[in-house]
Design a protein around this ligand. Structure first.
Ligand code: NAP
Length: 344
């Protein structure tokens, strides 16, 4: 009889030693959930952090991580008000458990997708585009005259943000860590590409905008990048913080984490009042837990934007499932631009 196969993280650390393939029973149908037989799943940076033991929301080991899968529904079901037949191709968000051949997803976190939507593009929509959409469309208003910075703009969420911002007509600043990535973000629509390994982004912004400063920053790095970004905002500026990539580094991890936390700096609401600035935090997992309608709404919105041709996720690489370790190393080694997909 067919079994469910899952890649478990059994030991925190290197991608080569962390994973173990295990077989289990295929989940039984459950009220309020949809069973999906999976074609492929996506890699997110949070998975790298979970594998390294740096992601506080991740379950204890042994655990299966992964938030997004594309596959076919195993039973007739209802999504929203729509009746869906077994065998319909869907995109599913799951709270972990995504690195599996079969997932059981909350029915509010599943969206039907067109047959012709490529696997990697569909996977990019679940976490990376939903996060970008919630940040750039729902948490701030973006105007054509705005100057907006996207940190790590060549990444999955970074690419999504750039594509969503391009529709607003604003001036986009983007940081990335190599010349190849700078070329890529320029092609995506970044007007002012900044190599943050060679240039201090605050100096580039100062040269371009003087005292005026930036209107909006989308920050996935955290730490010093967040506090420097806050200082680079002009009056009325907003910084949306949604990541902590800066925490991941070589050397002794506990020291990295302490340095990272200290680099955030201390902020007082008085600073916000005096300078008319705002700080906004986003954690889509917690939002999905407590406000599932936000996830449903954003998933539907990004699938519709894809159908209308307004967004076009970039798939950096697709790996077969037995090369999961290589897929993790590719993302951790900062080689990816856009989405990384894994196919069963
Ligand atoms: N809050 C939420 O709900 C939410 C949801 C999704 C993602 N996120 C966060 O958003 C960020 C981007 O996620 P993603 O999945 O789209 O990943 P990604 O941006 O595709 O990959 C990470 C990129 O971050 C940059 N980076 C900066 N510091 C790094 C470091 N110490 N180690 C490795 N890479 C580093 C690298 O680009 P360069 O080479 O250009 O530096 C790398 O390519 C992550 O921090 C993630 O945790 C948060």
């Amino acid at each position: 009889m067919e079994k469910k196969r899952s890649y478990y993280i059994t030991k925190h650390g290197s991608a080569r030693t962390a994973f173990q393939l295990r077989e289990e029973e295929i989940p039984q149908p459950r009220a309020g959930h949809i069973r999906v037989e999976v074609e492929g799943f996506g890699i997110n940076f949070a998975d790298i952090m979970a594998r390294k033991g740096l992601y506080q929301d991740a379950p204890p080991t042994p655990c299966v991580v992964g938030y997004e899968s594309v596959g076919r529904t195993m039973d007739d079901c209802t999504i929203g008000n729509e009746r869906i037949e077994a065998g319909t191709r869907v995109l599913a968000f799951s709270r972990f458990g995504g690195y599996s051949t079969h997932v059981l997803a909350d029915d509010r976190a599943v969206q039907p997708i067109p047959e012709e939507m490529p696997l990697g593009e569909a996977l990019a929509l679940a976490v990376q585009y939903c996060t970008a959409y919630h940040c750039a469309e729902e948490r701030v208003s973006v105007f054509p005259e705005d100057h907006v910075l996207v940190q790590a703009a060549a990444g999955g969420v970074g690419t999504a943000l750039v594509q969503l911002l391009k529709r607003k007509g604003c001036t986009i600043y983007g940081t990335a860590g190599s010349e190849e990535k700078l070329k890529y973000i320029q092609e995506q629509g970044v007007h002012v590409p900044i190599n943050y390994r060679k240039q201090d982004f605050t100096k580039v912004v100062k040269e371009k905008l003087g005292k005026r400063g930036l209107d909006i920053i989308f920050d996935s790095l955290g730490g010093k990048s967040f506090s420097d970004g806050f200082n680079a905002l002009g009056k009325g500026g907003r910084i949306v913080g949604f990541g902590a990539s800066e925490q991941v580094g070589g050397g002794i991890q506990v020291l990295n984490t302490l340095k990272f936390a200290a680099n955030f700096g201390l902020f007082s609401p008085i600073q916000l009042l005096l300078h008319s600035k705002a700080m906004i935090g986003v954690n889509m997992l917690h939002i999905a837990d407590d406000r599932p309608e936000v996830l449903s709404r954003t998933m539907k919105a990004v699938v519709d934007l894809w159908k209308n041709g307004e967004i076009k996720p970039v798939v950096s690489a697709e790996f077969p499932a037995d090369q999961l370790a290589e897929a993790h190393e590719f993302v951790e080694g900062r080689k990816s631009m856009g989405k990384v997909a894994v196919r069963w």
